[in-house]
Design a binder for this molecule. Structure first.
Ligand code: SDX
Length: 434
């Protein structure tokens, strides 16, 4: 019996088929079912893709049971402690940590592309002042391709490279512009002599009327948060970017699709929802009431920032962010009762049988909002921050996919459970559906 295969016996016909099993470098093997339909005339059925590997990738590895996260093999804990966001973006895109010269050149090129076309700035005037920043970001990023017609031939490696860098370079400028528009303040241009996070903070918080000094603590913790949010294998928004890319759509449209997918409260929108939930709970005394609601099958309420499709142990990012919360609140000498509430909520939830048996732990979104709040970033900008950082992972996956000679349009099938064939009914013979 060949070792690396799965034997399937179709009891309807007695037919036996061997499917190859692929082993990766790390993690679970994958059964190659590409010939299933041609061999057995049926599909697999896996809503939400719980047991489905959609691709091969070399970028990020997650061990959900052990709470392990590696970017190109490097543990997230080491990158969080020793690296910078732009160095991690380089690592995700090119697969290796840059030399000093490579990082310097990458930094300089990112800075050179950090401005947006002046005409693009007018797009923001079309948004009402209270438009959600994510609505602005989806629209503006999706329109970027209108400005780069001459370098959109994605069959050309250089066009792919420059598009990826442009996206990485312009996201902070666009994110800051979304914020400035929402508060009715003038947009601030990027400065080529500032680092990636420093530049973003300056565009967010400086005003023409007076000089602005970036707080090094703020820049450092922003680097940390961006590193932690940079990539996470085939999550919903990255899978959306890959799905859109499989049709040959331009990279700006594909990243805009990823931003849209990230916005959902089950995904990147959870960080904003966590702060709202903590504010609704308001007092430690009300935690049991909300825990009970989270456990109640008849109550749609979920403990936001808890649970994960892959992590059935602590999300290593949540642990790092929780520790950073302590430091940041101390260094910025700001107390936040919501942080104390979050710590108590985590403690109570993790002692509760429901959360223990269902292996529901705090995820990356549970504590991140506490830090963003301490940095004076408004709640409705939290998912924009997530999108800014995740652009590094999105473009890395986009480039990886575009370089794969085997990639083809993603076109899943379905299990049809609708009505059988029936004839058209003339309108006078129809009955109201009731
Ligand atoms: C991110 O995929 C990624 O990698 C995403 C991400 C990334 O970096 O890209 O890590 C970022 O999106 C983190 C997740 C942020 N979302 C939230 O915090 C929203 C709250 N969490 C959930 O809604 C939920 O846990 C998900 C969406 C994160 C995961 O959903 P799954 O894997 O489909 O799990 P499920 O909904 O089937 O839940 C399994 C059980 C259910 O109970 P039963 O039907 O089995 O009885 O656990 C329960 C759920 O009711 N459950 C929760 C819960 N999460 C799951 N119950 C209460 N509160 C919760 N938060």
């Amino acid at each position: 019996m060949p070792q690396n295969t799965l034997t399937v016996i179709d009891n309807r016909t007695g037919k036996t088929v061997e499917f190859p099993i692929h082993n990766g470098t790390l993690g679970e093997p994958a059964i190659d079912i590409a010939t299933l339909y041609s061999e057995l005339g049926c599909f697999t059925y896996d809503p939400g893709f719980v047991s489905t590997a959609s691709c091969k990738s070399e970028i990020t590895y997650i061990d959900g049971d052990a709470g392990i996260l590696l970017y190109r093999g490097y543990p997230i804990e080491q990158l969080a402690e020793k690296s910078s966001f732009l160095e991690v973006a380089y690592l995700l895109i090119y697969g290796a940590l840059p030399t000093k010269d490579e990082l310097h050149g990458f930094n300089a090129e990112i800075n050179r592309h950090s401005m947006i076309h002046e005409a693009l700035r007018n797009f923001f005037n079309g948004f009402h002042y209270d438009a959600h920043p994510m609505a602005m970001m989806v629209g503006v990023v999706g329109s970027l391709s209108a400005f780069y017609h001459s370098e959109l031939n994605i069959k050309k490696k250089e066009h792919r490279r420059i598009s990826a860098l442009r996206l990485l370079a312009k996201m902070p400028t666009i994110a800051a512009a979304c914020y400035k528009h929402s508060v009715g303040m003038p947009f601030i241009y990027p400065h080529n002599d500032l680092g990636y996070c420093e530049n973003f903070l300056n565009m967010m918080f400086s005003v023409p009327a007076q000089p602005y000094e970036v707080n090094p603590v703020t820049a450092r913790v922003l680097n940390l948060l961006f590193i932690l949010h940079a990539d996470h294998e085939q999550n919903a928004s990255t899978s959306t970017v890959r799905m859109a890319s499989s049709t040959g759509a331009n990279p700006y449209a594909c990243i805009a699709a990823g931003i849209a997918a990230l916005w959902g409260p089950s995904h990147g929108g959870a960080n904003e929802a966590v702060l709202k939930m903590l504010a609704d709970i308001g007092d430690v005394k009300r935690i049991p009431e909300y825990i009970a609601r989270a456990k109640d099958k008849n109550d749609p309420f979920r403990l936001m920032g808890f649970g994960h499709r892959v992590y059935k142990n602590f999300d290593p990012r949540a642990t790092i962010i929780r520790n950073a919360c302590h430091e940041v609140l101390q260094e910025l000498s700001c107390q936040d009762p919501l942080f104390d509430l979050a710590l108590e909520l985590e403690k109570i939830a993790l002692e509760d049988e429901y959360f223990i048996t269902k292996k529901l732990y705090p995820n990356v979104d549970f504590y991140s909002g506490i830090i963003y709040k301490a940095l004076n970033i408004p709640n409705n900008m939290f998912t924009v921050m997530f999108a800014l950082a995740r652009t590094a992972g999105w473009v890395a996956h986009w480039l990886e996919m575009k370089a794969d000679p085997l990639q083809r349009i993603a076109r899943p099938r379905q299990l049809y459970v609708g009505l059988d064939k029936r004839d058209y009914i003339p309108i006078e013979q129809r009955r109201a559906q009731g």
